[in-house]
Design a protein around this ligand. Sequence first.
Ligand SMILES: Nc1nc2c(ncn2[C@@H]2O[C@H](COP(=O)(O)OP(=O)(O)OP(=O)(O)O)[C@@H](O)[C@H]2O)c(=O)[nH]1
Ligand SMILES: [Mg+2]
Length: 526
Amino acid sequence: MDLLAEIHRRRTFAIIAHPDAGKTTLNEKMLLFGGAIKTAGAVKSHKIDTSTKSDWMEIEKQRGISVATSVMGFEYKGKKINLLDTPGHQDFAEDTYRTLTAVDSVILVIDCVKGVEIQTEKLMEVCRMRNTPVICFINKLDREGRDPYDLLDEIEEKLNIEVRPLSWPISMGKSFKGVYNLYNKSLNLFTPSQRKVNAERVSIENLEDEKLGELVGINNANQLREDVELIEGVYPEFDPTNYLQGQVAPVFFGSAVNNFGIQELLDTFIDIAPLPKSREAEEREVKPDEDKFSGFVFKIHANMDPNHRNRIAFLRICSGKFERNKPYNHVRGTKPLRFSNITSFMAQDKESVDEAFPGDIVGLYDTGNLRIGDTLTDGENIHFKGIPSFSPEIFKEVINKDTMKSKQLEKGLKQLMEEGVAQLFTFDIGSRKVIGTVGQLQFEVIQFRLKNEYNATVEFAPMNLYKACWISSKDKKQLDEFVRSKNRHIARDNKGNLVFMAESKAWLQMVQDNYPEIEFHFTSEF
Ligand SMILES: Nc1nc2c(ncn2[C@@H]2O[C@H](COP(=O)(O)OP(=O)(O)OP(=O)(O)O)[C@@H](O)[C@H]2O)c(=O)[nH]1
Ligand SMILES: [Mg+2]
């Protein structure tokens, strides 16, 4: 009973979008409305010196972009909300994709000037595959953006989902007057403010009311009446079941930086967003209300707190109750694990808790036992599905610029690779170290973090490599023979697995043809 009540209280979701759409800003404003923080440090327009609560890493502050997912919990109207802010940049997409495995729904942010952008399309594809419920928030209405009807059409077309507006903007840009809430039929007037939470709210039962004209001007009032009539005529009544099945996305309009449209979004979200859902494991489906605990690690972050230098594993609880100091089955490992400290991320503060419930995301201090994708359970051996792994695209050799700090470099590289920041390959001959990433920016993050967190100075030298292929064979002799004859191109990943470093596509093809006994894999999970 206890467990059921806790499950019913929880809502776990991610904010996703193309870079710069305003995710971190929205995240922060939700915390502000949720009462979790007192004042908002507005994200500066030139993206320098940002001090939003969720972008805590130094590099994020300097550049104003999110490079990793952050987790934040807060209480709102009796609900426990777990909110994950994801990075938009494609170079960090791996982190975002993993985060999508740990949430039950998403809020998708769209910039009203730019419309649906490429990264948004990619993220939505992943959501559509799993029928994740989606709410759209069309942001930056304080700017001269595109026509709202056009935006809605574009969402339907490019994102392959039906939409249903639940709020509607009254003009935009300089003449932006506010949003009419179609869900509860009230009017929210706009006063640009980055710090003020209480927007003026007027209840308008009947749009024919003359008060409307007095408030927003006769022309705007007439336009709104026309728009609302059109919307109610064109779009079917909003049905939360269709939203929960991932068929219809309710749409809200607003301006995150100006605290505008957030309240509608948050209040409706609380009303309609899904409870913690069942999760697919290879063995069976796991329901949240099972008595026995289960959960999986979707993210690891070293040195989150510069004062403590701890490594934290982020665990999504899928079923049952997770308790402090209780031994749990570490499905991939050999011995049970117990955790004397369970961290819950409430706004900026971390606090220790004794127990956590399905939907929750907690941090576990880890000394190197846990890996991304690991499952913890109350006994059963299950493996949760869907944690993606990527094939590196860009390769660079690590050049140590301070040989006195080789130990620190070793340690830093090891820990960052365990976080899944990138992949490290060490050549058998000459022990040259090569890092493979999916994007250029990851090198900057690695360089910065090695310096900041491990005091190791590195540079990266470009390498002409086409692909890293994990190799295996049923025939051990053939494999040994292959490794011997290609020894200049053989490396190990950080778990010691054999990798063949192919310089070009044509050459790889030739080698594959010449060695039919050898299997070539393009991700480490095979
Ligand atoms: N004009 C206007 N600017 C906004 C609004 N909301 C956010 N911004 C600005 O848009 C920029 C990007 O905001 P962020 O919240 O950092 O964007 P993000 O989506 O988290 O970006 P990444 O994490 O790097 O993908 C910042 O300069 C914000 O101040 C808005 O409603 N109106
Ligand atoms: Mg961000």
